[in-house]
Ligand binder design. Structure first.
Ligand SMILES: [Zn+2]
Length: 114
C-alpha cells in the first residue's frame, strides 16, 4: 500500500473518529462509564494475582534465606573448631602436653597416666 494512501486513510479515520465522538458523545460517556466496572475488576484481579504471587515468592525466598544463613553459620562453627584443633593440637588433660594427633595423645595418656 502506498504511504500517501495510508496517511489519507489515517486522516479519514481521525476525522470520522472526531465526528463520531462529538455526535455520540453521550453514548461514548455511557460506554466509558460502563467500561469502568469491568476494567476495575480486571485491574484489581491482576494486582491481587501479582502481589500474592510476589508475596509467596518473597516468603519462599526468606525461608531459604534463613536456611542458607543457618547452614553458613554451622559451617563457620565447624571451621572454627577445625582451626582450633589445628592450632592447639591435642592437649593432654592431665599434664598439658600437646600432640599433633589424637592418636598420639591417646598413646601418651595410655603410657604415662595409666
Ligand atoms: Zn600427659
Amino acid at each position: 500500500m502506498h504511504p500517501a494512501l495510508k496517511i489519507l486513510i489515517g486522516a479519514l479515520m481521525v476525522v470520522v473518529g472526531v465526528y463520531s465522538s462529538v455526535t455520540f458523545w453521550d453514548e461514548l460517556l455511557i460506554a466509558f462509564k460502563a467500561g469502568i466496572g469491568p476494567l476495575l475488576v480486571l485491574i484489581g484481579a491482576f494486582i491481587v494475582w501479582l502481589e500474592s504471587d510476589e508475596w509467596k515468592m518473597r516468603r519462599e525466598q526468606r525461608d531459604t534465606g534463613i536456611q542458607q544463613r543457618f547452614e553458613t553459620e554451622t559451617e563457620e562453627e565447624a571451621d572454627e573448631e577445625a582451626v582450633e584443633e589445628e592450632e592447639e593440637g591435642f592437649t593432654c588433660g592431665e599434664c598439658g602436653k600437646t600432640f599433633d594427633t589424637q592418636r598420639g595423645r591417646s598413646i601418651h595418656q595410655a603410657q604415662k597416666h595409666e
